[in-house]
Design a protein around this ligand. Structure first.
Ligand code: NAD
Ligand code: SF4
Length: 441
């Protein structure tokens, strides 16, 4: 049984309201933190080993320590709640059921970073959640946890919720900042990183919802105790949103010591694959991370069990491993067609490309067109090589990671399932007349 730090009270009725949240010990971590100095809080976060939970896994304490502090210039904390990665819905769960956990985490983080005005940028499609957050913000304000002179410390902090307009690219931190400034959400070149020049060119920390929520237990139990949970550089707990061909889709909190096999098959988590079907592949970290076939998913290339953590999932590099990413765990059973699946993702990335960089703007469109052709049984063998060539020309040649995110699924699908692509080319009549997913595997 994994230890629960974030979701331990999620089942309690009324936990989204301040009164119930406080009964469960809510805001005691904030009260403790406000008696500490900002530097002491930063040391706790560094000691915890917390890595960014949005997808990149960048050490949070290190990011905070990069925050520039020029005299007289305001600083900001911006929470990235633009959760749009296909297969990822854990931040939605946190905000919907535990809004005060996020607000308490923001209060502690804002105090540590010196942000008197902090923001939550939330994806537009989560249309019902801003009201939940704003209600919680009002409650926190009325209780003296937000506003002026919080708990008599002299620290002031306001939190504002900003709705996005529905573009995936606005989850990229610099596009998010552009959008928050009221402009079109085009990613900026980095460096400078937001920690130096962020919102309105002011030093800004952009962190994922789950990362900021995790600050509460870190202060509560101390960074050193948090670091004892998990393994290696995968400290603490991680939320996983599981979906696809599993018996129990949902949001799970794991302590990163369990194996992938246990996560898929045990009743505590996904509960196995419906109808006794075999596992074909999985995308463990949201659509942007490489797909992994069952044999490499359950074991590493060295025959070791594969664990649900940053290091083990990446074991073997991109050729055989994958990434923890955002924790959007998508399971595919033996009936699923990898070509069709890859085409669906390619269509998504083409639609969501902001169009600034030629390799991404043009390349995502070409990949979608070619995949559509192959999927319909109208492709040639050379098209598979062309597809490979295009994805290679996108990777690493764009302003933001959307280019890589579009290229990696295609690369991994061809690398691991080339025979399925070839099958489509060799069996055009079956592609057009049958459920080929069932027919060839
Ligand atoms: P990144 O590696 O470019 O940056 C990670 C973070 O570290 C950023 O906040 C960046 O500003 C900071 N950083 C890195 N180097 C720094 C330096 N030298 N100085 C100061 N700060 C520095 O990655 P990213 O663009 O933040 O995230 C990409 C990941 O996001 C992908 O791998 C994908 O898994 C994930 N993703 C998640 C979602 C979602 O809905 N959760 C959506 C799309 C993508
Ligand atoms: Fe826009 Fe794609 Fe370039 Fe990112 S990689 S800036 S989404 S064109």
């Amino acid at each position: 049984m994994s230890k629960k730090l974030l979701l331990k009270d999620a089942h309690i009725e009324g936990i989204r309201y301040l009164e119930t949240y406080r009964k469960q010990g809510g805001y005691t971590a904030a009260e403790k933190a406000l008696k500490m100095t900002p530097d002491e809080i930063l040391e706790e976060v560094k000691a915890s080993g917390l890595r960014g939970r949005g997808g990149a896994g960048f050490p949070t304490g290190m990011k905070w320590s990069f925050l520039a502090k020029p005299e007289g210039v305001p600083r900001h904390l911006v929470v990235n709640a633009d959760e749009s990665e296909p297969g990822t819905f854990k931040d939605r769960y946190l905000m919907e059921f535990l809004p005060h956990l996020l607000i308490e985490g923001m209060l502690i983080s804002s105090y540590c970073l010196g942000s008197n005005v902090s923001y939550i940028y939330i994806r537009g499609e989560y249309s019902w959640i801003p009201d939940i957050l704003e209600e919680a913000i009002e409650e926190a304000k009325a209780a003296g946890y937000l506003g002026k002179n919080i708990l008599g410390t002299g620290f002031d902090c306001e939190i504002y919720v900003q709705r996005g307009g529905g573009a995936y690219i606005c989850g990229e931190e610099t596009a998010l900042l552009e959008s928050l400034e009221g402009k079109r959400g085009n990613p900026r070149l980095k460096p400078p990183f937001p920690a130096v020049k962020g919102l309105w060119e002011r030093p800004t920390v952009v962190n994922n919802v789950e990362s900021i929520a995790a600050i509460v237990p870190i202060i509560d139990i101390t960074g050193a105790e948090y670091a004892k949970i998990g393994v290696g550089k995968s400290t603490g707990t991680k939320l996983i949103s599981a979906c696809g061909n599993i018996n129990k889709p949902g949001v799970y909190e794991i302590d990163m010591t369990i194996t992938v096999e246990e996560f898929i098959y045990s009743d505590e988590y996904c509960g196995g694959i419906p109808n006794g079907k075999k596992l074909k592949a999985c995308i463990p970290g949201g659509s942007s991370v490489p797909i992994v076939p069952a044999n490499l998913l359950l074991k590493t290339v060295n025959g070791e069990p594969r664990y649900m953590n940053y290091e083990s999932l990446a074991d073997g590099g991109f050729a055989t491993g994958t990434m923890m990413g955002s924790g959007g765990f998508i399971v595919l059973d033996e009936d699923q067609c990898i070509v069709e699946h890859t085409m669906t993702l390619a269509r998504f990335y083409h639609h969501e490309s902001c169009g600034q960089c030629t390799p991404c703007r043009e390349g995502t469109g070409w990949m979608h067109k070619i995949l559509k052709k192959i999927e319909k049984g109208e492709g040639k063998m050379e098209d598979i090589d062309l597809l490979w060539d295009i994805q290679r020309k996108i990777e690493g040649n764009t302003i933001c990671p959307l280019g890589d995110a579009a290229a990696w699924p295609v690369a991994a699908a061809i690398r691991h399932f080339r025979d399925e692509f070839e099958w489509h080319v060799k069996n055009p009549e079956l592609c057009q007349t049958q459920n080929y997913g069932l027919a060839h595997y």
